[in-house]
Design a protein around this ligand. Structure first.
Ligand code: NAP
Length: 259
């Protein structure tokens, strides 16, 4: 299927690896020019080179912290126009909520709620004027199925989800959609380090810890960031103009509920 977005410009945040990289690569394969962002310059430059070489689109790398206003300004100013926005950043650490300080909460809110909202604020009105815009926020399966040790993530991402639910209904008549993608358990550096820590805590091997996790996924395997990126590209397609305010789980069936 031709997604009808060749030649458009996307800002994809947190895209040197993992799910953000998957989203950037899938958009590039559709002919979308990119500004990609992450904090560490080396891996980001390599990612930009790889994506550009493979797809032939223009890929601009902006190394900055997207949770800061100066970082967002830098990333936004590198993009001739933002037709597609993919918000993403690292997730907050797990822990017992009794030990979280106010500063921990502020950091989580900055990364996983306020940064996406600020990026949307900066881009949505020009999208409305041009009568095309696609915004995808990378959130988490934990929004629908919270885990108690991920209190910072559950709280901050739920705030973003509630905000998007309201805004997404006001932009869709202008062909500007806003949706959230909720990853389950994907094969990324972040997940590998979380599983490594769990294996150590339980005194089991990394392979056994992975097997335990996979046993909870009806698909019987861990997700590929490429699959995640493909779902993102479809939500950004010309054809997806009637999909807005949705929370789409990409989790191999792990979420057990009807709704
Ligand atoms: P990852 O493999 O660690 O990749 C994260 C990417 O974001 C990297 O490119 C990282 O590069 C960049 N990044 C992190 N913080 C940033 C910041 N402040 N500003 C700019 N770039 C930043 O993580 P992932 O697994 O793809 O996860 C992406 C998001 O999905 C996270 O919020 C995570 O909590 C959530 N999630 C993932 C899964 C999963 O299965 N993978 C499941 C549920 C939720 P730098 O470190 O160089 O900045």
């Amino acid at each position: 299927m031709d997604l009808g977005i060749a030649g458009k410009w996307a800002l994809v945040c947190g895209a040197s690896k993992g799910l953000g990289y998957g989203c950037a690569l899938s958009l590039a394969r559709e002919g979308v020019n990119l500004v990609i962002n992450a904090r560490t310059p080396g891996p980001l430059a390599e990612a930009a080179q790889r994506i550009g070489d493979e797809s032939g689109v223009t890929v601009v790398a902006v190394a900055c912290d997207i949770t800061t206003q100066s970082g967002r300004d830098e990333a936004l100013s590198a993009c001739p126009q933002v037709d597609i926005l993919v918000t993403n950043a690292g997730g907050p650490p797990p822990g017992d909520f009794r030990k979280f300080t106010r500063d921990d909460w502020i950091r989580a809110l900055d990364a996983n709620m306020l940064a996406p909202i600020e990026l949307i604020k900066a881009t949505v009105d020009p999208m409305i004027e041009r009568r095309f815009g696609r915004i995808v926020n990378v959130t988490s399966g934990a929004v629908k199925a919270p885990m108690h040790i991920l209190g910072l993530s559950n709280g901050a991402r739920s705030g973003l989800t509630g905000f998007v639910a309201g805004l997404a209904r006001t932009t869709v008549s202008h062909n500007v959609t806003i949706n959230n993608l909720l990853p389950g358990f994907h094969d990324t550096d972040r997940v590998r380090s979380v599983i490594g820590a769990q294996a150590k805590a339980q005194g089991i091997s990394y392979e056994d810890a992975i097997r335990q996790r996979i046993a909870t996924i009806p698909a019987g395997r861990i997700g590929d960031p490429w699959e995640f990126g493909q779902a993102c590209a479809f939500l950004c397609s010309a054809q997806a103009g009637w999909i807005t305010g949705q929370n789409l789980l990409i989790d191999g069936g792990a979420y057990p509920g009807t709704f």
